[in-house]
Design a protein. Structure first.
Length: 217
C-alpha cells in the first residue's frame, strides 16, 4: 500500500490537507501529514522532522510538498532516498543544493516577505494572497494560519544529489503568479497544470487528489 506523506507550506499546517485526505483514503491510500515546528527553526529543522516521519512509515512512500515545503521534502528525501518512491510538488519551490527560497523567488516577492518580517517571524498574509476569496474559506484559513519562522526562507537547502535520482512531478497552479512550473522543469520534474489558486487544496481538493494519485501511480 502507498502512504502519501503530505507536508504543508509556509504559514499552514497539516489541517491544510483536510479536504484532500478523505479523497486519498477513498482511493485506498494511507496518509500522514506531519506538523512542522514553529519558533526559532529553519529549513533543516523542518526537513529533519519530515525525515523522522519517513522513518516511521513502512509502506511505499510518495512525498508531497506544497509551496515552501517543496524545499523541505526534497531535502528530507535526499537524506532517505531509499524510503521515497516519488516526490510530488504542489505549486512548490525547488532548486539545487545551496539555494534558499529567497534565492529562487522574484525580487519583489522577496522584498514583500522581508517587509513582513519582524522578530524572526514572517507575518501571516491575507487569504487573498494565496488566492482564497470565498468569505467562509478565508475566515477558516485566517483562524488557522500562523507566522512563519524567517530562517526557513533564508536557509539554503542541503542536497547530496541523491534526491535527483527520485522521480518527481511538479503540479503548478494556473494562472501562475510565481514561476513554479519553471522551478519544476529546472530540476527535471514532469510538470502538470491545475486550474486554481495557490491554495488549490482548499478550492479544488477533488482535482488535486486525482493528480496526486496519478503522479504517485
Amino acid at each position: 500500500m502507498t502512504t502519501f506523506v503530505l507536508v504543508a507550506g509556509a504559514w499552514h499546517g497539516p489541517w491544510s490537507w483536510d479536504r484532500v485526505i478523505p479523497l486519498l483514503h477513498d482511493a485506498g491510500a494511507r496518509t500522514l501529514a506531519p506538523a512542522l515546528g514553529e519558533g526559532d527553526v529553519g529549513l533543516h529543522d523542518h526537513a529533519g522532522e519530515v525525515v523522522a516521519a519517513l522513518d516511521g512509515v513502512d509502506d511505499d512512500v510518495v512525498l508531497v510538498g506544497h509551496s515552501y515545503a517543496g524545499l523541505v521534502v526534497r531535502e528530507a528525501a535526499d537524506q532517505r532516498p531509499e524510503r521515497v518512491r516519488r516526490i510530488v510538488l504542489v505549486d512548490g519551490w525547488a532548486g539545487p543544493d545551496g539555494t534558499s527560497l529567497y534565492d529562487l523567488a522574484p525580487g519583489p516577492f522577496v522584498q514583500a516577505l522581508q517587509d513582513r518580517t519582524s522578530d524572526g517571524r514572517i507575518a501571516v498574509p491575507p487569504p487573498a494572497a494565496v488566492g482564497i476569496d470565498d468569505p467562509d474559506d478565508a475566515a477558516w484559513l485566517s483562524d488557522r494560519m500562523r507566522p512563519q519562522p524567517a530562517r526557513t526562507f533564508s536557509e539554503p537547502t542541503r542536497l547530496t544529489g541523491a534526491v535527483d535520482r527520485i522521480p518527481g512531478t511538479a503540479i503548478f497552479c494556473r494562472p501562475q503568479t510565481v514561476p513554479f512550473e519553471q522551478c519544476g522543469k529546472a530540476i527535471g520534474y514532469r510538470t502538470v497544470p491545475i486550474d486554481g489558486p495557490h491554495d488549490v487544496m482548499l478550492t479544488h481538493p477533488d482535482v488535486l487528489a486525482g493528480l496526486i494519485l496519478a503522479a504517485g501511480a
